[in-house]
Design a protein around this ligand. Structure first.
Ligand SMILES: O=C(O)CCC(=O)C(=O)O
Ligand SMILES: [Fe+2]
Length: 325
């Protein structure tokens, strides 16, 4: 099913989100990503083992159990090794990231871009605000000094709130998809239907000791929230103002997802120091990026120059805002 149906578009317009099943080919797009990440985990395990941080490389375990075991034993999460982006601060010349060919293949999968084109139009820019999220079971996850699960629940937010104000007029579409079946039990997303028709709400940094930015629940109708379970191959499309969060992973396997963003070519990304690219251009196909190695080099060059430079902040929110008290 290449593009969004009229019903799906209407649902997105009316409720600020839509579940799009069967938009990513599980065998040809998602499985290569899973295979690629097995290699990334292998390298991470070797590195941690050689440093004495873990007592085995756990090579006999499957991906889910292996990453869980490694995080559990080391008491640390290593998200940066997998992420196809860079951290928001402290970037150094050896800061890890992963921008591999299978990941690039998923960002530029023609079936996905067909569906994105239904919303964004024929000139599609791949916004660099993009992440892979591997969330190990909360029962075994490392915790921070406040007792919070490291890289656990994503608190309530709007995606507009995590980019700089320069992107406030950008028609940014979020595409969230899992690499496996997701459910409320393993921590799928939940959305507040219709919340996209309101304003950008106040986000509070470090609210109630939770990492990242959170919208206090008195600012929206939390009771209206609904979980959106998505199966492998499906995706959730979100308006940039739709209030959403993730549920905790209370299952005994990892919860694994990608979140990507697209908007019309020429609009500000909200993180201008990070590299985006033209994913599709009907008017100028020659401007499209098809070279995965070039994409990797764009991220590497960005890392190398940010390691030498003063680093920008992507946070526009104030801890001292009275709404955050
Ligand atoms: O996967 C998550 O936990 C959060 C994802 C999210 O907020 C997003 O995709 O915008
Ligand atoms: Fe989000």
């Amino acid at each position: 099913m290449p593009a969004l149906t009229a019903e799906q578009k209407e649902h997105l317009d009316e409720f600020g989100f839509v579940h799009v099943p069967d938009v990513l080919d599980p065998e040809n797009v998602i499985d290569p990503v899973i295979d690629e990440y097995a290699g990334v985990l292998d390298s991470l395990a070797e590195e941690l083992f050689s440093k004495g941080i873990i007592s085995s490389t756990y090579s006999e375990l499957d991906f889910s159990e292996r990453v869980t075991r490694i995080y559990e034993e080391s008491g640390e999460i290593y998200n940066g090794y997998f992420d196809f982006s860079l951290p928001q601060n402290g970037i150094k010349a050896d800061t890890p990231f992963w921008a591999g060919p299978a990941v690039f293949g998923a960002l530029t999968a023609p079936g996905l871009l067909d569906a994105v084109e239904s919303v964004v139009g024929p000139e599609i820019y791949s916004n660099p605000v993009q992440h892979v999220r591997i969330k190990v079971p909360e029962s075994r996850a490392p915790r921070d000094e406040n007792g919070q699960v490291k890289f656990g629940v994503t608190p309530w937010h709007q995606d507009s709130g995590v980019v700089n104000p320069e992107a406030d007029q950008t028609d940014m579409l979020t595409v969230w998809f899992p690499l496996m079946d997701t459910s409320p039990e393993n921590g799928c997303l939940q959305v507040v239907p219709g919340s996209h028709t309101g304003q950008l709400l106040t986000h509070c940094p470090g609210y109630k000791q939770v990492a990242g930015v959170t919208i206090p629940t008195n600012m929206f109708e939390e009771g209206a929230a609904m979980p959106v379970p998505i199966k492998k191959g499906g995706a959730l499309f979100l308006n940039k103002l739709t209030v959403h969060s993730s549920l905790p992973n209370v299952s005994d396997r990892i919860r694994w997802s990608f979140d990507l963003r697209y908007h019309p070519v020429g609009q500000p990304t909200g993180r201008s120091v990070f590299p985006g690219f033209v994913a599709r251009s009907r008017s100028n196909p020659g401007s499209e990026l098809h070279d995965a190695q070039r994409w990797y080099m764009m991220w590497k060059d960005t890392r190398d120059s940010l390691a030498r430079a003063e680093q920008p902040t992507f946070n526009r929110w104030d801890t001292d805002d009275p709404a955050c008290a």
